[in-house]
Design a protein around this ligand. Structure first.
Ligand SMILES: NC(=O)c1ccc[n+]([C@@H]2O[C@H](COP(=O)([O-])OP(=O)(O)OC[C@H]3O[C@@H](n4cnc5c(N)ncnc54)[C@H](O)[C@@H]3O)[C@@H](O)[C@H]2O)c1
Ligand SMILES: O=C(O)C(=O)C[C@@H](O)[C@H](O)[C@H](O)COP(=O)(O)O
Ligand SMILES: [Zn+2]
Length: 348
């Protein structure tokens, strides 16, 4: 998967070059209610006159097929052809949904990603996974489709809520844990008090791209990028169904990484000392996700829909060491529930 990623002050001018060519018939910007207010003003000078804006409500609960229809209706009313370009301006919800909707409209129009959260800049906008949630399961419908290009402007992060910044940081930590022990060591005393995110974004994107290039369709190696997500998605999916118990994707992944680090230790792969190091670090940044013991089975049950599974075998990505992930490791539903009980017992 060949995907050009522009990072820094050069990004938005490069996007303008792409959009101001005769090969582009129409430009449709998809943004959510917050990125329209907070991010569109920075992007606007780079857009051609006559672009159309589609505004969607913000939040994971709107990452649905129904919301895709807003974009499909606008494209259809515009009679947009295959030379149209969809510009996804927002966090991972907008980039996942907008990428999917563009990939399906007339069997595919080009889209570009302009990620505005840390999570979308270090992870969601890169690598071509697009999709929406369905029947309570995360990213249940989707396609692998590379964006025409990705334009990352770290200045967007200036208006981002600190809780959202932390959520994105979980995916950065995930990248270190699966493939970069040195970065974990260098950064574990820094935390999220970062002035300029550019180097962190550059390193994370490069690491993700190295993996995606080798396995764009997730037949093997790419499953490393799913560390923390077997349990993380189960927790996120479960809590999203519970009114008033909102959880952010990165918060669920952080909890999932603790559980899956424990599973790695339980399976004899990861040392107790490294498990402790990971836990200590994650709890220095993330608050504990709250659930009651009675809920563990119901949460674990969501893992039966994980996309890495083969038949009834739940395949998890585990760690052999900090910086060394290993994929396709079978775990049982009972072990997943045990990992949640372990997490529940931890102080915090
Ligand atoms: N495709 C992938 O590879 C991939 C990778 C990781 C996560 N994801 C998906 O990404 C989604 C989470 O993305 P997210 O954390 O960006 O959430 P999000 O898109 O919901 O954005 C978080 C919130 O921040 C607001 N916002 C966005 N940019 C802002 C800015 N610059 N200033 C102020 N507010 C801003 C949004 O309106 C929203 O309310 C999940 O659905 C997850 O499954 C996909
Ligand atoms: O890019 C990937 O591959 C990932 O797994 C990145 C994850 O951080 C991301 O949350 C992804 O959307 C998960 O995909 P899914 O296939 O488990 O739905
Ligand atoms: Zn993720």
């Amino acid at each position: 998967m060949d995907q050009t990623v522009h990072i820094g002050a050069i990004a938005l001018p490069r996007l303008a070059e792409l959009l101001h060519t005769p090969a582009v018939s129409q430009v449709v910007v998809l943004a959510d209610e917050n990125t329209v207010r907070q991010c569109l003003p920075l992007l606007q000078p780079q857009l051609p006159a006559g672009y159309r804006l589609v505004e969607m409500p913000a939040g994971e609960e709107y990452k649905t097929l129904e919301t895709c229809q807003l974009l499909w209706a606008e494209l259809t009313e515009l009679r947009a052809d295959r030379y149209a370009v969809v510009v996804n301006l927002g966090g991972g919800v907008v980039t996942d949904l907008g990428g999917f909707a563009a990939a399906v409209y007339k069997r595919g129009v080009r889209f570009v990603q302009v990620p505005t959260t840390l999570l979308a800049q270090v992870d969601a906008s890169v690598g071509g996974k697009t999709g929406v949630d369905f029947m309570g399961f995360k990213n249940q419908l989707g396609v692998f489709q590379a964006a025409a290009a990705v334009f990352i402007e770290p200045r967007f992060l200036r208006t981002l809520d600190p809780r959202q910044l932390k959520s994105g940081y979980a995916e950065v930590v995930k990248h270190w844990l699966i493939a970069d022990a040195d970065a974990f060591e260098r950064n574990r005393y820094v935390g999220i008090m970062v002035d300029d995110w550019t180097p962190v974004i550059e390193e994370s994107v490069a690491l993700k791209q190295r993996i995606v290039e080798q396995d764009p369709l997730e037949t093997g190696l790419r499953k490393l990028l799913n560390f923390g997500h077997t349990v993380g998605h189960a927790l996120e999916s479960y809590l999203l169904q519970q009114p008033g118990r909102e959880i952010l994707h990165g918060e669920a992944v952080a909890a999932g990484m603790v559980c899956e680090a424990w599973l790695s230790h339980h399976k004899g792969r990861l040392s107790a000392a490294e498990l402790d190091k990971i836990e200590t670090f994650l709890f220095s940044i993330f608050e504990k996700v709250q659930f009651v013991l009675l809920e563990t089975e119901a949460i674990a049950d969501y893992a039966r829909q994980d996309k890495k599974n083969a038949g009834s075998t739940i395949n998890c990505t585990l760690l052999e060491a900090i910086g060394r992930g290993v994929y396709d490791q079978p775990v049982t539903l009972a072990e997943i529930a045990d990992s949640l009980r372990y997490y529940h017992r931890l102080p915090g």
